[in-house]
Design a protein around this ligand. Structure first.
Ligand code: SF4
Length: 328
């Protein structure tokens, strides 16, 4: 737990040193909620671009609720974790629904519990939005805060419950939104995983891990699984690929793409080998053997009109060349 003067020192540092991020200029709950959803598992530099694109396309919760989910997926294209885009659309529709039907009459709810009940919102996002948009004194826990807590208290493997209890006890009640952001900012820019900037840290005099910061927390074992697929890209008579929309519940659900087969399949008559594509997701290292084959169908799918994953962009470039998307 941090003292009041430690809290003031960190907030003073945050006021001077925080990064200029566009959502920090806004007090619109929708803009803040969108930023928190965008930043889940996305780096800040890419998150800024995606947030701006989503705000331009859906400046209000009503605008997103009124749009087809395919438009939300198209705007989200290239960002990965497409289930987030689908759940964001469901969230917008829940917010816009009348309260008599379990909705919120078009107003983003302000309590932690009401936010947590929305589609796609977990404990971190509910706490972030409640504190940043509505100044509710609820503590966030994310990877940055876990690392800061582990080092301040010199713990190798604090559990989620222990980190949450520390964050709850440490919350600054007058500026809870800035407080949560200050702790996360410290973890993102000073108390980083490597090249730790202890000499710039306003909490170093109370930090038990100061001196050996990289000992805390202990690294977690990688859970990345190697997978191999074969992609068959059928090409219609108009020169465009035949793409289909993937089932909602699976990988890249709701996006469009060619057929994948598990494993590496032998080349059969009528197919051309188009190379091998590699792609990384958070828990998968994917290798795709890419094949093309002609189809008797007259028309394919224009890829600029549907939402595609980054992996399928790579696969289609392997078949049609690097300029395929600019020429389509
Ligand atoms: S003193 Fe170093 S290890 Fe401790 S919180 Fe600050 S940056 Fe992290």
């Amino acid at each position: 737990m941090l003292s009041s003067s430690d809290q003031q020192a960190l907030l003073a540092w945050y006021d001077l040193q925080k990064r200029a991020l566009p959502w920090r200029e806004s007090d619109d709950p929708w803009a803040i909620l969108l930023s928190e959803v965008v930043l889940q598992q996305t780096q800040v530099s890419r998150g800024e671009m995606l947030w701006q694109r989503m705000m331009d396309r859906f400046p209000t919760v009503a605008a997103m609720a009124a749009a087809p989910v395919d438009d939300v997926l198209k705007a989200w294209e290239g960002a990965g974790y497409y289930s987030r885009a689908r759940r964001l659309h469901a969230l917008a529709q829940t917010v816009m629904a009348p309260s008599s039907e379990g909705g919120h009459d078009g107003i983003v709810p302000e309590t932690y519990d009401a936010l947590l009940a929305l589609p796609g919102i977990g404990p971190y996002t509910a706490a972030a939005v409640a504190s940043i948009a509505f100044e509710q004194p609820v503590a966030c826990v994310d990877g940055n805060i876990r690392r800061v807590m582990a080092r301040l208290t010199a713990q190798r493997d604090p559990s989620t419950k222990e980190v949450q209890a520390w964050a709850d006890a440490s919350i600054q009640r007058e500026r809870p939104g800035d407080w949560n952001q200050a702790l996360m900012e410290l973890g993102a820019t000073v108390c980083t995983a490597k090249k730790v900037g202890c000499e710039r840290c306003s909490l170093r005099h109370v930090c038990a891990g100061h001196g050996t910061p990289e000992a805390y927390p202990a690294p977690r074992a990688s859970k990345v699984k190697a997978v191999v697929w074969t992609a068959i890209v059928e090409v219609a008579c108009d020169g465009l690929p035949l793409l289909h929309q993937r089932p909602k519940g699976g990988l890249f659900g709701g996006l469009w793409g060619p057929t994948y087969l598990d494993g590496e399949h032998p080349l059969v008559d009528g197919q051309l080998q188009k190379g091998v594509v590699h792609h990384s997701l958070s828990h998968r290292a994917i290798t795709v053997h890419v094949r093309s084959q002609e189809s008797t169908k007259s028309m394919g799918t224009n890829p600029v009109e549907v939402a595609l994953s980054v992996l399928d962009h790579k696969i289609l470039r392997a078949v049609f060349g690097d300029n395929f998307f600019s020429d389509s």
